[in-house]
Design a protein around this ligand. Structure first.
Ligand SMILES: [Ca+2]
Ligand SMILES: [Ca+2]
Ligand SMILES: [Ca+2]
Length: 441
């Protein structure tokens, strides 16, 4: 028997079957998204919106960060977009024009029409140094996220952005203005500023690092040395969520507060340190909640310097906010708790170094008690948190796991497991008896 015709037929059948799968695989690849790999640090716009990241030429040019963002805004209408950035410094150098609503000039606008897809801008090497996006050559912020946008930023440094309040242009958010749905993961926001323009010297600038009018989720991140009047770290308005986990908000100078919540937001701060944010007149707040937000503070450390108060809630003519707080340290040189007729709900095991938090009467709440924590976090080094000293009442304070919304909190600010089953108050778990310093990326 001659097997050759059978073999040929079989091969043809197999090829036909493979061919029939190919379009399906192609379609699947399309719907799962598109990735742009940035390969050039210059600031040059994309030449033509055509699905190809190419600066200066229709195709074949370098893929710059700005070109990738310009393409992303178009491509995200139909698919997820990932922009991968290698280690290095990416300076924004194209000055903002009069309208400046496009990523083509000034800040990087991500404001697509309605889209169910996400733009994810990430370091290509999560084990390496964070790529640095530097707006120091502009008078503009770094990112503006539109109301329909879903954006995630991973493993990046965002620095030297500026939002100016001119008479005819109220610009908030020196590093980021977000009106959409924004996730930050291992992001450092550094030296961004909201300030008054020369024609408007008596303004109140808002949101040094971040101004939020949508929802923002901040994880494993650091916000340091940013400046503004209201909210040197974060200013938030609207009705969205501000959720901060395992993060440090440290040393952000302000004239009023480091975090300012204007409206009916949900604010959640968990396993985080809000610390040493100085007021320009020696006064001010770590956290100020003006109106009717719903505030939850869990396993966090608030350290306040100067006059003013650590956490202040409400105003004389507005609906009152609500607050629940547990397993947290409040330490102030002046006053920890301030409010207009707000009843604080304690989940217990808080420690405050003064007697101002009169509603903290839950199990294990300690007022007028020195939490005995280290004064300075080790900035730009290991363990950027306040650490309970030997003998601190924070150590093993709660007989059981730290709890948030009925669930155990299994890690601390550094992501280190809270492994000894006895919750340390504050953002740092000093697992007894041994304590080994952990390396943080
Ligand atoms: Ca293009
Ligand atoms: Ca722009
Ligand atoms: Ca413990």
């Amino acid at each position: 028997m001659n097997l050759r015709p059978l073999l040929v037929t079989s091969i043809l059948v197999i090829l036909a079957l493979l061919a029939s799968f190919l379009p399906i695989q192609h379609a699947a690849a399309q719907s799962s998204g598109i990735t742009f790999l940035v390969n050039n640090t210059a600031d040059v716009a994309d030449h033509t919106i055509n699905g190809i990241c190419s600066a200066g030429f229709v195709t074949g040019g370098p893929c710059t960060l700005r070109a990738a963002v310009m393409e992303a805004v178009a491509q995200v209408l139909t698919k997820n977009v990932t922009i991968k950035i290698p280690e290095g410094s990416y300076s924004l150098t194209i000055p903002p024009g009069y309208y400046n609503i496009s990523p083509r000039e000034g800040d990087l606008n991500i404001a697509p029409a309605a889209s169910n897809f996400q733009v994810h801008i990430t370091a290509s090497n999560l084990a390496g140094d964070r790529p640095e996006i530097n707006a120091g050559s502009l008078t503009d912020r770094i990112f503006e996220i539109g109301p329909s946008a879903k954006v995630k930023l991973t493993h990046l440094n965002l620095m030297n952005g500026v939002a100016e309040y001119a008479i005819n242009a109220n610009r908030k958010g020196g590093g980021i203005f977000n009106a959409g749905y924004l996730e930050l993961e291992n992001v450092v926001l550094f030296n961004n500023v909201a300030r008054c323009a020369a024609d408007n010297p008596y303004c109140t600038p808002m949101g040094g690092a971040i101004a939020n009018a949508g929802s923002i989720f901040i994880r494993d991140s650091r916000i340091t040395l940013n400046q503004a009047g209201f909210g040197s770290a974060i200013y938030s308005s609207g009705t969205g969520i501000v959720d901060i986990q395992r993060s440090l908000i440290f040393s952000n100078p302000h004239s009023f507060s480091a975090i300012y919540i204007q409206d009916k937001n949900i604010l959640r701060i968990t396993n985080s340190s809000i610390s040493n944010n100085p007021g320009s007149s020696g006064s001010g707040q770590n956290l100020y909640v003006y109106c009717c937000a719903d505030v939850h503070i869990n396993s966090s450390t608030f350290v306040h310097r100067g006059s003013g108060s650590n956490i202040a809630l409400g105003g004389p003519y507005v609906p009152t906010p609500s607050i629940s707080i547990q397993d947290s340290i409040l330490s102030s040189e002046n006053r920890n708790c301030d409010d207009y007729a707000v009843t604080w709900v304690s989940g217990g095991y808080n420690i405050a170094n003064d007697g101002s938090c009169t509603d903290l009467t839950g199990p294990g709440d300690l007022l007028n008690t020195d939490p005995m924590i280290s004064i300075q976090p080790l900035f730009f080094g290991l363990d950027p948190v306040h650490i309970p000293l030997p003998g601190s009442p924070a150590l093993n304070h709660r007989p059981g796991n730290c709890i948030y919304d009925g669930l155990p909190v299994m890690a601390d600010q550094r992501g280190i497991p809270r492994a000894d089953g006895r919750c340390d108050t504050g953002a740092f778990e000093r697992n007894f008896p041994a304590y080994l310093p952990a390396v943080r990326r």
